[in-house]
Design a protein around this ligand. Structure first.
Ligand SMILES: [Zn+2]
Length: 231
């Protein structure tokens, strides 16, 4: 069995957060709730981490979808390419698609979070939150008259939570993953809506987050502080 890494990550969220739920009432922004818990779905975490890695790599080819990127097709990925029906190098369209596959395989973003050709190397848990709601009422000021209009009142529910946790399994590209974690611990990110008002600001708590290595020989999974992760 190939080695995989498990992470228990803690994010500090000093201003609370709201991952949007279904719109029940046009004048209230409500958080997503399943049963008794507010939720950050795994798909939201994946989007947050994917965007962070994209910021880090600043590769224009990535933002162009790796179309027409110049890569070496040296045969080292032939097995994977054949499995996708991309073995015929005499066909010009296949040649192009092989190059795009290889470029994506080389790119940390697609390798970590998946592409149309292969699955992601990272799996996130959902986060369930047990917390109270803060409801704030906002008044929209009419730009022309400068008067607040009663009709334009809306309220916003914010999940009053100081920190949230997510579990992650990482099967590949661990060095790119760690760079992403470092960035999130230094600069933070935003979870859910209300960004312009600071809501959802989330910083990875490096000291309070943990990892474990798992391979075929692991009997008992031991979580350790992130600082002990040597690559
Ligand atoms: Zn890419």
């Amino acid at each position: 069995m190939k080695k995989v890494y498990l992470f228990k990550l803690k994010f500090n969220t000093p201003y609370g957060l709201r991952v949007g739920g279904p719109k029940e009432d046009i004048s209230t922004l409500t958080p997503l709730k399943i049963g008794q818990h507010y939720v950050i779905p795994s798909s939201s975490w994946k989007g947050i981490f994917r965007r962070t890695t994209e910021v880090l790599i600043t590769n224009p080819n990535h933002f162009r979808g790796h179309e027409g990127e110049d890569v070496t097709d040296d045969g080292s990925l032939d097995e994977l390419l054949e499995a996708k029906g991309l073995e015929n190098k005499n066909d010009e369209n296949v040649r192009k698609e092989r190059k795009r596959f290889i470029a994506m395989w080389n790119c940390p973003v697609e390798r970590l979070y998946g592409s149309e050709y292969f699955a992601s190397a990272v799996t996130f848990s959902d986060t369930l939150i047990d917390a109270e709601i803060n409801q704030r009422t906002h008044v929209v000021i009419d730009r022309k008259t400068r008067k607040s209009e009663e009709k334009h009142l809306y309220s916003e529910q914010i999940v009053n939570v100081n920190s949230v946790r997510v579990k992650v399994i990482v099967r590949d590209r661990i060095d790119d993953w760690i760079k992403t974690l470092k960035f999130l611990s230094e600069f933070g990110t935003f979870v859910g809506g209300g960004k312009s008002r600071g809501i959802g600001y989330a910083v990875l708590d490096w000291k309070e987050s943990e990892y474990a290595e798992v391979d075929g020989l692991t009997r008992k999974i031991m979580f350790k502080p992130l600082d002990e992760l040597k690559l």
